[in-house]
Design a protein around this ligand. Structure first.
Ligand SMILES: NC(=O)c1ccc[n+]([C@@H]2O[C@H](COP(=O)([O-])OP(=O)(O)OC[C@H]3O[C@@H](n4cnc5c(N)ncnc54)[C@H](O)[C@@H]3O)[C@@H](O)[C@H]2O)c1
Length: 374
């Protein structure tokens, strides 16, 4: 007797990974394997990496996958059996690989930063629309449990409209790539396109868009490089962003001697403070008493700890929540959705901030529209 397959079961999305380094090896692939086992809706059939040592490790991890030394060779041989590519190489190659994947009719999941220049970002968004294929950036910080809790508090209205933000990201070193390839590529502009702002700025900036509920209209920035003889990218970066709804101050550093994030979200009636997993919500209480100094204001303070695995830089536990969004965008035919448009705005912000810093912190305007028709 033949058993009929469950007609409601989703056909697995068949993917290829370009770049078997830290993020794909420790973050994406373990999450895909878990998903394949538990939900059966994804399958990784091929991997390309230019480094032989990484290709050998990839074959050990995924013995069934076909391994290539060149992404174009992979696309030529495999695209007929593929639905998407996952781009996990350094940023200098994101645009070329994504264009090649769209040319083969594939959807693209791309690590941040989307590209290293605004021209590349714009041309990728346009190509996704032309090819009618999804372009989706890995904006994974939105999927951290404590960040989801911030969203819920803002939605609850408890702190009123958000007016001011601070986002501080402290690191005890520049993020390192796998040792088999070029572990310090983030400190070489030709691979990374910039330092900590190019590397981490997207996370900071898409969170500001989300929390302030609008897009920035201007930026002023300052940066420094504590090892100028050795590296050509910045390791410390500070920016102030002006929004129609408020302001945001961000500081990113690779030389803090500690790894942590500290965020404050300040609204009309209250404020949220996040220190890694620790979240404090302070809501202003209306007070009768005399309006003297600070004694006249009482805050109702609530503290929680929300395990978010901040110390695991692969953020493997956030990945499948992000992949659900990518899968939904494919199902809906949302080729250049909100996340893709915001990845463009992040690149605009980072590249404009670099110009501001080079021009003595001159405040520079930002466009709030993405010049690509949805
Ligand atoms: N979203 C996050 O939280 C997060 C965290 C870490 C890294 N990332 C991003 O992931 C990407 C990769 O970073 P990483 O830390 O994994 O770097 P990595 O150096 O560990 O890995 C990069 C891999 O890509 C390979 N490679 C380089 N150029 C290639 C090409 N043209 N074709 C095929 N393979 C190529 C290298 O051999 C290496 O194995 C970057 O864009 C980075 O910003 C994101």
């Amino acid at each position: 007797m033949t058993l009929l397959k469950d007609a409601s079961a989703k056909k697995p999305l068949r993917g290829a990974i370009i770049g078997y380094g830290f993020i794909s090896g420790k973050g994406h692939i373990p999450a895909y394997l878990e998903r394949a086992k538990n939900r059966g809706d994804v399958e990784i059939i091929a991997i390309a990496d230019i480094c032989e040592g990484r290709r050998n490790l990839a074959q050990e991890t995924l013995p069934q996958a076909r391994i290539y030394s060149d992404y174009q060779a992979l696309l030529n041989a495999e695209s007929a059996h593929l639905d998407f590519v996952d781009i996990s190489t350094p940023p200098c190659d994101h645009a070329a690989i994504a264009h090649a994947a769209f040319d083969k009719g594939l959807h693209v999941l791309c690590e941040k930063p989307l590209t290293t220049t605004l021209e590349e970002a714009r041309s990728l968004l346009e190509h996704a629309m032309r090819a009618k294929r999804v372009l989706f950036p890995c904006h994974n910080y939105k999927h951290a449990p404590v960040v989801k809790a911030i969203r819920e508090i803002i939605d609850s209205g408890k702190i009123g409209k958000v007016r001011s933000l601070t986002l501080n990201t402290y690191r005890n070193t520049h993020a390192k790539g796998v040792t088999e390839w070029k572990t310090n590529w983030r400190r070489e502009k030709k691979y990374s396109g910039g330092g900590i702002a190019m590397d981490h700025g997207s996370h900071t900036f898409y969170l500001t868009f989300d929390w302030l509920g609008s897009y920035p209209t201007a930026v002023t920035a300052k940066m420094t490089n504590l090892e100028p003889g050795k590296y050509d990218t910045e390791d410390n970066f500070t920016a102030v962003l002006t929004f129609p709804t408020g302001i945001a101050h961000s500081h990113l550093t690779w030389t803090a001697g500690v790894r942590k994030v500290m965020y404050t979200v300040q609204g009309e009636r209250g404020a949220i403070t996040v220190d890694d997993d620790d979240l404090q919500l302070a809501v202003m209480e209306a007070t009768g008493g005399a309006d003297v100094a600070q004694g006249a204001v009482r805050w109702n303070v609530e503290k929680r700890s929300i395990a978010s695995n901040w110390m695991d830089a692969s953020h493997v536990s956030w990945f499948n929540s992000l992949f659900d969004q990518f899968q939904a965008a494919i199902e809906k035919g949302e080729f250049v959705g909100k996340e893709a448009r915001e990845s463009y705005l992040c690149i605009q912000l980072i590249t404009t901030a670099y110009r501001s810093a080079q021009e003595g912190c001159r405040e520079l305007p930002l466009a709030t529209e993405v010049p690509v028709q949805a």
